[in-house]
Design a protein around this ligand. Structure first.
Ligand code: PNS
Length: 194
């Protein structure tokens, strides 16, 4: 058999062939290619170090990241949407390809479409998160075709959620290392006001 006749399953030396290499994803926004933009949605009330880790990792994977603060106008949160945005900027504002936007009472698929993102990024802290997130990912793909990419949460941050952080802080616990220092200080101040 000439080398032109070799099959994909073997080489000329009779060794198993290596799979075709996956072409490297283009980096940056070169000519002819739209920037790859993703959306990191959440209520971020407030942003935690777990959220910030996911946003940082998304910023390394995509050209542009839109952190979308989705809030329900009927529900009063601990922080106003504007305060949540400011605290996200404090936590992730050093990343040049990340911006933060606020949305009220909107479907996530409409937000993704409006900001021009074809991918939703979600961090997963474990099986419980997956069970909660999977139907939403499938529903969102059903609605507009938008895909959800799950990033495994950093195990050292797996126990962190906004609600647990607030509960700990409300009972006088120290939330240092769970949220950024500005978020910790804002939370302590807000709880003293309430
Ligand atoms: O930080 P959270 O509370 O886990 O964020 C949840 C959020 C805001 C991403 C989710 O509730 C959401 O997508 N809300 C927008 C409304 C929507 O699209 N609902 C249908 C989901 S299939």
């Amino acid at each position: 058999m000439s080398s032109a006749e070799t099959t994909r399953a073997e080489t000329t030396q009779g060794q198993p062939a290596q799979p075709d290499p996956v072409p490297a994803a283009p980096v940056g926004s070169g000519p002819g290619r739209a920037p790859r933009r993703c959306v990191c949605p959440g209520s971020y009330d407030p942003v935690t170090l777990g959220h910030a880790d996911v946003v940082r990792r998304a910023a390394a994977l995509y050209d542009e990241v839109v952190v979308a603060v989705l809030h329900n106008p009927a529900k009063r949160g601990t922080f106003t949407p504007q305060e949540r945005r400011d605290l996200i900027v404090e936590s992730c504002g050093d990343l040049p390809n990340v911006r933060v936007e606020l949305f009220a009472g909107r479907l996530l698929v409409d937000v993704a479409r409006e900001v021009g993102a074809d991918v939703i990024i979600k961090g997963l802290r474990g099986g419980t998160d997956f069970a909660y997130e999977l139907p939403m990912a499938l529903m969102n793909r059903h609605l507009t075709g938008v895909e959800t990419v799950f990033l495994p949460g950093d195990p050292s941050l797996e126990h962190i959620s906004s609600s647990l952080v607030k509960e700990v802080a409300a009972h006088g616990g120290d939330v240092t290392g769970l949220v950024s220092d500005p978020v910790r200080d804002a939370l302590v101040k807000r709880l003293q006001e309430q």
